[in-house]
Design a protein around this ligand. Sequence first.
Ligand SMILES: Cc1ncc(COP(=O)(O)O)c(C=O)c1O
Length: 434
Amino acid sequence: MGKRNKMSQELQTRAMEVIPLGVHSNFRYWGEGVTPYVDKAKGGYLWDVDGNKYIDYRLAFGPIILGHAYDEVDNFVHKEIDKGSLFAMTSELEIEVAEKIVQLCPAVDMVRFACSGTEATMHAIRVARAYTGREIVIKFEGMYHGFQDYTLFSTYAPAEAYGNINNPIPIPASSGIPKALQNLIVTLPFNNFEILDKTFKTIGYQVAAVITEPCMGNCGAVEPVEGFLEFIQSKCQEYGAVFILDEVKTGFRIARGGAQEYYHLKPDLATFAKSIGNGYPLAAFGGKKEVMSIIGHGVAQGGTYNNNKCGVAAAYATLNCIQTQPIIETIQKRGMRLMEGIKDIFTKADIPVHMNGYPAMFSFAVGPVKPTNSRDWNKSEKEYYLNIIGKCIENGVMPDLDAREPWFLCYSHSDSDIDETLNVMSDVIKKVKR
Ligand SMILES: Cc1ncc(COP(=O)(O)O)c(C=O)c1O
C-alpha cells in the first residue's frame, strides 16, 4: 500500500490511542497499516482519506440500498428533523412506516421498531420465549444475528471447532458470554434436514425458536437448498416453536418484501434493519398478530431511540422509493450481469467457482464443492479470495476483504460501474496466483 494509504495509516495510529483497534466495530479492522479510513461517499462510490476512489460493494455491510447520500432520503430527513428528533411520544410518521412494512412484507401483521439488527433479534427472541414459555433457541453454524449474547455461538469459529456434525458443539464467539447461555442454544449445520429433524424429535417441545438467516449472509451468501426453509417452518409449526427469519440483510433487498416474499414463507417473526433506512439507524421486528400482541401484556420491550426521527424519516423515504420505483428490479438486473460476468471470468481461466446468493447480495466460493453450510464453505479457497479482493481494492473496486461478507449492490451502481468492475476482476484473475 505505502503512499496510497499514508493518511489512513496516520489516522489509524491516532485512533489506536483512544479506540480499541482504532475502530468502533471489530469487523472494520483489517490489520495494522492496512485499515482504511473514510472521507466521504456518494451514490455507489466511496473515497478514503487519501483520496482514493472506489466502487463500493461493501455499502456499509448492506444498508445502502439506494446509494450513499441519496438526495430523496436525505432531504426528507432534513425536513423532518427540523421539527425535532426525539420525543418519547409516537408520531404519525412512525405509524406510516409500520404500515409500509406490513404492506411490503407478507408475513408481517404488526411491527415494533428498534435501532439495530442486534436489538431486533434480541427482542424477537424474548418475545418467542415469552410466547412459548420455553427457553431453547436453535441457530445454524456460521450465521450471525448481531452481538447480543443469546445467539453469538458457532458464528466465526473455524469449522473444526464445531464438533462432530451429528453432535455439534455451540462455540461462544467471544469471551464474556455467560456459560449458562450455552445450555440455551443448539447450533446445527444449515441445510441438513436429517439433523434438524432428529433434534426436533429429541428436544422439540423445549424449543422456543429457530432463528435463521434466509441465506448465510455472514458466510459467503451460501443459499438454502430447496425446501430447507420450508422444512424449518413446518417443524416449528409441528412442535409449537416460533420461526424467526432474520432478514436484517435480506429485507427490502433481495425482493421488495425480502426473503419471505422471495421464498413464499410465513415466519412467525422476522427481523429487519440495514436496507430499511438506507444507512440511517432504524430496525424492526414483526410478524403474526397473535405472537406480536403479547408485547405489553407481561412482555417488556422498549428503547429510548426506537423511534428516532432520523431513522423513521429515512425509512419512510427509502421504503417509499422501494414501493414506487423500479429499485429492486434495476439492482437485480445489474447484479445478475455482475454475477454472470464474474463466473465467466473464472470459467475462462479454468478456475472452479460457485456463485452464491442473489444479484443484490452475492459472493463466490473458489473450489470444487458448492458449499451448503459453513463447514463446506470453510474448505473453499479463502486465502485466494483474500488475495483477489485485496488486488481489486488496490484497483478501485471494494467488496469486503472478508470472504464471509457478501458483495452488496445499490440502485446508484451504474452499468458502467459493472463494466469497470468486470475489467478490474478480469485483470486481477490474470495476475493473482492461485
Ligand atoms: C443477519 C444479521 N442479523 C443481525 C445483524 C446485526 O445487525 P446490527 O449490526 O445492525 O446490530 C446483522 C449484521 O450484520 C446481520 O447480518
